[in-house]
Design a protein around this ligand. Structure first.
Ligand code: CO
Length: 215
C-alpha cells in the first residue's frame, strides 16, 4: 500500500469507529459549526492542533502557517480571524508556537538564497529579533536563543492581533474574544501559557482605532 493510500484507509477506519462510538456524530456536526476557539499555529507536522489538546471535530477553527504569524497584510490569516470573530463569535483566539521551531531557527540564520518566498515570510520574525536582540544575544546557546525568540514571537503575534480593527471592534461590542499566547514543547508534549490579553487591556495609543466603539 502506498503512503497516501494508507491515509484514505485510515480515514475509513476512523469514520467507522467514530460513528460506532458516537452514533449521529457526523450528522449533527454536518448541520453547523460552533467552535469556541480560533487556533493560530505553526504548520509543523509535530504540532497537530486538535490532537495535542484532545479536541474533536467542530471544537476549533484553525489557521496554520510557518512560525504561527499574524501578519497585517496577510489576507489569509485576516479573513480567518474576521470570520472566526465576527461570524462564529469565538470566545478565545490562541496563538500557539513551539520550541525548536524551524521557521524561527531559519529566521535567526543567514537566508538560503533559493528560498525566495519563504525568506520574505520569515523576514517578519527577523523584525521580532531586531526588537529584542539584546535579550536574545545575551543567551549562551543557539538553542536558548531560538526558544526565546519562539516565545517572543508568540507574544508579538498576540499583540498584533490586538492591533487589528477586527479584535478592537469585537472587544468594544462583545467584550470578547480573549487572546492567548501559548508555546508547545516538542520534547514533552506540554503547552505553556505565555500571555493573555482581553477586552479593556492597554493597547499602545498609535495602535488604537479611535472609533472602534461606534462601528
Ligand atoms: Co514551527
Amino acid at each position: 500500500m502506498k503512503s497516501f493510500e494508507k491515509l484514505l484507509q485510515e480515514n475509513k477506519n476512523w469514520a467507522a469507529e467514530k460513528q460506532a462510538s458516537e452514533p449521529g456524530f457526523f450528522k449533527q456536526l454536518a448541520k453547523e459549526q460552533k467552535p469556541e476557539f480560533l487556533w493560530i499555529g505553526c504548520s509543523d507536522s509535530r504540532v497537530p492542533a486538535e490532537i495535542i489538546v484532545n479536541a474533536d471535530p467542530g471544537e476549533m477553527f484553525i489557521h496554520r502557517n510557518i512560525a504561527n504569524q499574524m501578519v497585517m497584510t496577510d489576507f489569509n490569516c485576516l479573513s480567518v480571524l474576521q470570520f472566526a470573530v465576527a461570524v462564529l463569535q469565538v470566545k478565545h483566539v490562541i496563538v500557539c508556537g513551539h520550541y525548536n521551531c524551524g521557521g524561527v531557527k531559519a529566521a535567526l540564520s543567514k537566508q538560503r538564497y533559493d528560498l525566495t518566498i519563504t525568506n520574505k515570510w520569515l523576514m517578519h520574525i527577523k523584525q521580532v529579533y531586531r526588537l529584542h536582540q539584546d535579550e536574545i544575544n545575551a543567551l549562551p546557546t543557539e538553542a536558548q536563543r531560538i526558544d526565546r525568540l519562539v516565545e517572543l514571537n508568540v507574544i508579538e503575534q498576540v499583540q498584533a492581533l490586538s492591533h487589528t480593527s477586527i479584535i478592537q471592534q469585537a472587544w468594544s461590542q462583545q467584550q470578547k474574544p480573549m487572546l492567548h499566547g501559548w508555546v508547545y514543547g516538542l520534547g514533552d508534549g506540554l503547552l505553556k501559557p505565555l500571555v493573555t490579553l482581553e477586552s479593556g487591556c492597554d493597547i499602545g495609543p498609535i495602535f488604537q482605532y479611535e472609533n472602534a466603539a461606534n462601528v
